[in-house]
Design a protein around this ligand. Structure first.
Ligand SMILES: [Zn+2]
Ligand SMILES: [Zn+2]
Length: 425
């Protein structure tokens, strides 16, 4: 008997789940603990991704766009979010029927335009006025271009006032200006001479040419409809991105009810790494200060002593930009000429491409290479005993086993004075 009851209960639960619309939190990819900021961030990203302007003819995307707008509409207002958390979709339904049905609109395009400004569409569409773009520069060390990272930056920009939703009015009421009848313009008659009038069109002085009059201005924006505020934005620097890469945040420049916001563009610049940063934790201390980048490849200079260059048997551990170690070395008997360049395959920058820009292009997706240039450091001074021994050693061997400098340096034989092929060591 108890079991049967349980089965019925579970079945009822399942039915409820199936019938219910998509959970608002899920629509935005969030859970119930999401902050106000999380909700905005999710809406900002998703609404642009699924906007019909971006997905022409795609009904699934349109459906999703509507769903996201509805979820944002409910969850971004503390009152409705509370109702939703307690009573779910039914609660919201009742709340809407009960009270402010005539108030705020739930049109997904209106919600979009309230968020981004403008007419609910992307600024590239014809016939819409578009605000100016904004450009920002950020300097990052090469290490960040290699590893990739999130960059959080603040931008002070003009935003549509949240409190009055861009109406400028405290009570949401905007009256048509009586003097100009909402046209913003008035016709004035000037008398030029008795009986002769000139008609001049002028901006209405009662409403300042806006055609509207607000009786109770919004206390937050003082009726200006917009406020200046610092907005925190997060940019993702992907491993291998080029310096000078422009990260575009569509419609995130200054907002205004009169236009569609332009784009906010973040330009990534490479700044020199700090040489002596002892405060940095160990895992972040790399030899990266000395790497140079050209395109996908990295360059590194390694110094060898005379003994190492000539006799071999040495190793070096180069700490790469992400902390992994690249080992260089030669066995005994392996000579490294000064200025010789060694190529270490695949140890350059990771492959990156502005994916959708190059779609269809068959690109080589391998990482770049690391070029190691060797310099040889000769000893400046020697102890006198040491000098004597070395000198004697040279004397002993120089006649027996030497190099032909002319030939070995690659110069044509005719250009160098003829001398003993075994003169020098
Ligand atoms: Zn007026
Ligand atoms: Zn306001």
């Amino acid at each position: 008997m108890r079991l049967a009851f349980l089965v019925v209960a579970v079945t009822l639960l399942l039915v409820q789940v199936v019938l219910a619309a998509e959970d608002y939190y899920k629509s935005l990819g969030l859970d119930r603990s999401a902050s106000e900021k999380d909700i905005k961030k999710a809406y900002r990203t998703l609404s642009k991704k699924y906007h019909p302007d971006k997905n022409p003819g795609n009904e699934a995307a349109e459906q999703k766009f509507v769903e996201i707008a509805e979820a944002y509409d409910v969850l971004s207002t503390p009152t409705t979010r509370k109702i939703y958390d307690q009573y779910g979709h039914d609660g919201i339904e009742q709340h809407r029927q009960g009270g402010s049905a005539g108030g705020a609109t739930h049109d997904p395009f209106d919600i979009f335009s309230r968020f981004f400004g403008g007419g609910g569409h992307f600024g590239h569409a014809a016939g819409h006025r578009r605000g100016p773009d904004m450009e920002l520069r950020v300097g990052l060390p090469l290490r960040d271009f290699y590893r990739g990272r999130e960059v959080v930056f603040g931008v002070e920009k003009q935003q549509i006032c949240d409190t009055c939703e861009g109406s400028g009015s405290a009570d949401g009421e905007v009256h048509r200006c009586e003097r100009c009848g909402g046209h913003g313009m008035v016709i004035q008659k000037h008398m030029l001479a008795p009986g002769m009038f000139q008609q001049v069109q002028m901006a209405c002085d009662a409403c300042g040419g806006k055609g509207q009059r607000i009786v109770k201005p919004c206390p937050v924006c003082s009726g200006q409809k917009v406020v200046r505020r610092e907005v925190e934005t997060t940019a993702t620097v992907e491993p291998g991105m080029d310096r000078g890469t422009r990260l575009v945040f569509e419609n995130e420049a200054d907002e205004s009810p009169d236009w569609i916001a332009g784009d906010l563009v973040l330009i990534l610049e490479e700044k020199p790494a700090e040489l002596s940063d002892a405060s940095r934790p160990d895992d972040q201390r790399t030899d990266g200060t000395f790497f140079r980048r050209r395109g996908r490849d990295l360059f590194w200079k390694e110094a060898l002593s005379l003994r190492e260059a000539w006799m071999g048997e040495w190793t070096r551990n180069v700490t790469h930009l992400d902390g992994h170690v690249v080992q260089l070395g030669r066995p005994r008997g392996s000579v490294v000429q000064p200025l010789a360049v060694e190529t270490v395959k695949g140890e350059g920058m990771p492959f990156w491409s502005a994916a959708d820009l190059h779609e269809g292009v068959d690109e080589d997706e391998s990482p770049g290479d690391l070029y190691v240039e060797y310099t040889v450091i000769l000893p400046d001074e020697m102890e006198s005993g040491m000098e004597k021994e070395f000198f004697a050693l040279w004397e002993k061997w120089r006649k027996k086993n030497g190099v032909d400098l002319g030939r070995d340096s690659g110069r044509p034989v005719g250009d160098v004075p003829v001398h003993d092929a075994k003169d020098e060591l």
